[in-house]
Design a binder for this molecule. Structure first.
Ligand SMILES: [Zn+2]
Length: 496
């Protein structure tokens, strides 16, 4: 067997179609606790390096860990949200390896007896969903952070920030049920949405709260046996996961088609080069010598505890989509958009509770509001327009006091200033012109200016009517009641 060293070829679509990829994902997610997994140190992000440490998380001799109950509660909630069985008894084990970011010389994790097993997640894919199995969810602590850059002597020294060491994580391992990079992307997005809805984690990838490794192999389509798998790491965004899988699938097919053998190894995604590259595998030959941690008792999740966690479970995104479709008669796509985050869905429901019609609220939120938020780089939680104020604006538009076009202008001002809609309507004189005599005199002036178009209209060219409507709306700055404009124009044109 000779390793393939040449530049890997990308494969043609015909060749790629002969093969099928088998993908499993391992996601590490930071549990949203105030303190670390086994000590009382803060988990706050961005604090001065090494300010949140103590003898326990620094691994000093004689220090003993005490497990954080909140971490268990959040991990249990995640397990339940992922349809797992919560094991009444799970055990912390020591995963032994030496690295400077691990002061104890081992990481506390769960190995043979994890907290949760045998679940699933329905990943949204186009209009359909695909069910991906969840093998297990286990709890562990994070390592510290090595800093190789940013210091005057970084060419000679590395620094370590132990603040992160001991932060509670859940590792969620999927079954190898994923077949395409797009499915992997969708699974990750759905998983993130569930973890955020349930308040298990903030899933902030920039701060390292959510990280993903991918296992991928290829086999001839229809083959029963799995190919040799490669682990891809350093996937700092869902887009990188998708890109790395695309690349790795093509690379493995290329290796096999060239008569080579795929080597089981860990590869890193090189973002700049757009390819995966092998890690020096000897350095990472794993023998973790797991054994149960003698300093920690088995974790007991009693049926009463699990029932309690279950009773506090918020409505999950899939259920909310269904309810929005059933209760508010929304299209599935719109229901999906409006339930994108729990906060957005809450905002939509608050607007409806304040009296707005559901479909109108759905349309204004998913078009006007989301566009303005996006342009301003704001989250719904920072929305300057209160739900009750949006409901009031929609009521003004619905009563015909201003046109929809004016309503959008008012909304824009509300977004910029936080002022109330009625106040803006009167201050800017946007009240709709329903005074028929005023509209009629404008209509007559418009008609008098375009004898050619009047002639066309009279000879049966109906399309020209729109021209007249447009002119009247222009003259009234969009404030004329459209129905009155139509009626008046028809009458005046037929008499002219
Ligand atoms: Zn500590």
């Amino acid at each position: 067997m000779s390793p393939v060293t040449k530049e890997e070829p990308l494969v043609s679509p015909e060749l790629a179609a002969k093969y099928e990829a088998v993908i499993g994902l391992e996601v590490h997610v930071q549990l949203k606790t105030r303190t670390k997994a086994f000590c009382g140190c803060s988990t706050r992000f961005g604090d001065a390096p090494n300010s949140n440490t103590c003898p326990v998380c620094l691994g000093l001799p004689g220090a003993l860990p005490v497990f954080n109950r909140k971490a268990l509660e959040l991990a249990t909630r995640a397990g339940l949200a992922l349809n797992c069985t919560i094991q009444e008894r799970s055990v912390f084990a020591r995963k032994n390896y030496f690295y400077p970011d691990l002061p104890k010389g081992y990481q506390i994790s769960q190995y043979e007896l994890p907290l949760a097993t045998g679940g699933w997640l329905d990943a949204a894919l186009g209009g359909a969903t695909k069910r991906i199995g969840i093998t297990r969810l286990h709890m562990e602590e994070d390592a510290a952070k090595n800093l190789h850059e940013g210091f005057p002597d970084s060419d000679r020294w590395s620094y370590i920030d132990y603040n992160r060491g001991g932060t509670p994580l859940a590792e969620i391992v999927s079954e190898p049920d994923i077949r395409t990079p797009a499915e992997a992307y969708s699974y990750l997005n759905t998983l993130k949405q569930v973890l955020q809805y349930t308040d298990v984690s903030d899933c902030n990838m920039e701060e390292g709260s959510l990280r993903c490794d991918a296992n991928v192999s290829v086999r001839l389509r229809g083959a029963a046996k799995f190919g040799t798998k490669v682990e891809a790491k350093n996937l700092n965004s869902f887009r990188y996961v998708e890109d790395a899988l695309e690349y790795e699938i093509a690379r493995q097919i290329g290796v096999i088609e060239a008569g080579g053998t795929v080597v089981q190894e860990t590869r890193l995604w090189n973002v700049a080069a757009g390819r995966t590259e092998p890690m020096r595998s000897k350095e990472f030959a794993h023998d973790y010598r797991y054994f149960p941690d003698p300093d920690l008792l088995p974790v007991v999740a009693s049926s009463a505890f699990v029932a309690d966690v279950k009773s506090q479970m918020p409505e999950l995104p899939a259920a909310r989509v269904k309810r929005f479709i059933a209760d508010f008669e929304l299209a599935p796509y719109d229901a999906g958009v409006l339930t994108g985050t729990r906060e957005l869905a809450d905002y939509f429901e608050a607007v409806i509770r304040a009296g707005a019609p559901a479909k109108m609220a759905a349309s204004w939120i998913s078009v006007e509001l989301l566009r303005r938020l996006n342009d301003a780089g704001k989250e719904i939680t920072d929305c300057p327009v209160a739900p009750a104020d949006l409901a009031e604006l929609l009521a003004i538009v619905q009563r015909g006091e201003i046109t929809a076009a004016s309503g959008k202008k008012v909304f824009s001002t509300m977004f910029d200033t936080g002022r109330k809609p009625a106040e803006i309507v009167s201050a800017e004189g946007l009240g709709q012109i329903s005074d028929t005599s005023a509209i009629e005199s404008i209509a007559r002036a418009v008609i008098a200016k375009s004898p050619d178009n009047v002639a066309k209209y009279k000879s049966g060219n109906e399309g020209v009517f729109k021209f007249f409507v447009g002119q009247v709306m222009k003259e009234t700055k969009g404030q004329a009641n459209p129905q009155s404009v139509n009626e008046i124009l028809k009458r005046v044109l037929s008499n002219s």
